[in-house]
Design a protein around this ligand. Structure first.
Ligand code: FAD
Length: 460
């Protein structure tokens, strides 16, 4: 273990007990990576169970100038939950209680380590609905979702995590415990600090309790998938969907390479000529589903869908979604040495231009580009797949990424729709944020964290 002397270790152990302050490299290595592929072993791992313990840890770290890297489940795709060569990992996984679910107030109070999918199951048992559904929902945490403002397939109709956060309990960098926001449906007292913490990637405070808005469970859901001869045709159908007067709750796009990755997992067999897949879901009163689906079908067929598929059983439906959710990990099977995943978001009307641009980039460089994502939001996960031997240096690849991001912003888009900045997107921040805005970010950071101990080097 580096950097922490015996005296400090014993102070951490006095707060948490020996079992919950890990210093053995065999333990700490398990907290050294996230889904970005970036790795760095923390000096130690603190596993608090209460807000009071988090507060005590931060008081100690603040006094001693020890960097703190907050962590939920470590599924960040940007390196946001790995240390930058120094500091302790503060893992919130033990704070995993669902404290209350209130069917009248339509809200719930949870600790940050609650797994997102578990919360959804619990509220659904009471006829309630927590819409944000990142594809990682079986293993990511609500605390991580709040800190990355996670989205998901249903964001197109229901919005992202930010839209469900009513109030937060936050431990500030010096250990002070505050509340931001109100647990009521409305509240306009003071600045909206709650939303400043949302998406802040653990750089402004440690979130220890979250009050979330819930909705009544939609009465019925209808799902349809379609395959297309080209990505352009699939995008045309997305544009069409939004002019019909219905608001689908999902419109998920997968290009030809994506389709190749999950072909055998699908509950139907795409043809050899099919080059794109779209999954569209609608919800609402049971009587509305058939007519909504009929409108969807017309859009899909008018946009040259070669086949339209409607899951006939719950098993087929769950196979369809589990194929979609397994896409990201399935990319490995294409056998490329490296993958850089981008998370751009453009106006829906620019989806076709963006895809055409990506095809041009792939045609003039030794990368394959696999694109999938939440097309209904204009949010595309652009995966650059390559072997290092095909490039003179990684700077060349970074240059391609920069070109893609510049195009995104030129089209009126944003360089991250839902994954955040972390470490890996930091070099591109200046493409989207102007110098005065970056300066404001720095000033806010030093106001909340004057000693710079909270998740240092992330975002800025
Ligand atoms: C297969 C796969 C699919 C994915 N699909 C999606 C998707 O559809 N949509 C989407 O938005 N994302 C997706 N992601 C990314 C990731 O799952 C999300 O960013 C998720 O919100 C991270 O949650 P986590 O618990 O793993 O947080 P972590 O990765 O542990 O942490 C994320 C950030 O939050 C901070 N943090 C965590 N907990 C706290 C806390 N209590 N207080 C302060 N800071 C904290 C960390 O320091 C870090 O900056 C996917 C990832 C994978 C691997």
């Amino acid at each position: 273990m580096k950097k922490l002397g015996r005296r400090i270790v014993s102070q951490f152990q006095a707060i948490l007990g020996q079992d919950f302050f890990l210093t053995d490299p065999a333990d700490t290595v398990c907290y050294s990576f996230d889904a970005s592929g970036i790795e760095s072993v923390p000096w130690a791992v603190a596993l608090p169970a209460t807000t009071e313990e988090v507060s005590q840890i931060l008081k100690l770290c603040h006094r001693e100038g020890i960097p703190v890297i907050p962590r939920g489940a470590g599924t960040s795709t940007t390196g946001a939950s790995v240390p930058c060569a120094s500091g302790i990992c503060l893992c919130l996984a033990r704070m995993n209680r669902i404290k209350s679910i209130d069917p009248v107030e339509l809200s719930c109070v949870v600790e940050p380590g609650v797994i997102t999918g578990r919360l959804q199951e619990e509220v659904e048992r009471q006829g309630l609905f927590y819409p944000p559904d990142p594809a990682s929902l079986a293993f990511c945490t609500i605390g991580g979702n709040v800190n990355t403002c996670a989205g998901g397939a249903r964001a197109v109709k229901y919005g992202v995590t930010r839209d469900y956060v009513r109030s937060l309990e936050v431990v500030l960098s010096d250990g002070t415990v505050i509340r931001a926001g109100a647990s009521t449906a409305k509240g306009v007292v003071g600045y909206d600090l709650r939303h400043l913490f949302v998406g802040s990637e653990g750089t402004l405070g440690i979130i220890t309790e979250i009050t979330l808005k819930l909705l009544p469970m939609p009465a019925a859901v209808g799902t349809m998938a379609a395959v297309f001869p080209s990505s352009q045709a699939a995008m045309d159908s997305v544009t069409c969907l939004f002019t019909t007067g219905i608001l689908p709750r999902c419109a998920e796009f997968m290009d030809a390479l994506s389709l190749d990755c999950i072909r055998e997992l699908l509950p139907f067999e795409p043809g050899p000529e099919d080059r794109a897949l779209l999954i569209v879901e609608v919800d609402g009163p049971a009587v509305s589903i058939n007519s909504q689906l009929e409108q969807v079908r017309q859009c899909l067929l008018n946009s040259r869908a070669s086949a339209v598929y409607e899951p006939g059983t719950s098993v087929e439906l769950s196979r369809l979604w589990s194929a979609r959710r397994s896409l990201s990990p399935s990319i490995k099977r294409l056998g490329f040495e490296k993958k850089i995943s981008e998370d751009i978001c453009v106006p829906r009307s620019s989806l076709s231009s963006m895809l055409a641009f990506l095809q041009d980039v792939a045609s003039i460089s030794p990368v394959e580009i696999l694109t999938f994502g939440h097309a209904g939001d204009g949010n595309l996960h652009v995966n650059l797949l390559f072997n290092t031997r095909d490039f003179r240096s990684m700077e060349e690849v970074d240059g391609l990424v920069r070109t893609i991001m510049e195009k995104t912003v030129a089209l009126g888009g944003t360089i991250s729709g839902e994954h955040g900045i972390g470490l890996s997107k930091k070099p591109f921040l200046d493409i989207e944020l102007s110098p005065p805005v970056i300066r404001l970010h720095r000033e806010l950071k030093s106001l909340f964290d004057p000693k710079g101990i909270l998740n240092p080097y992330k975002i800025l």
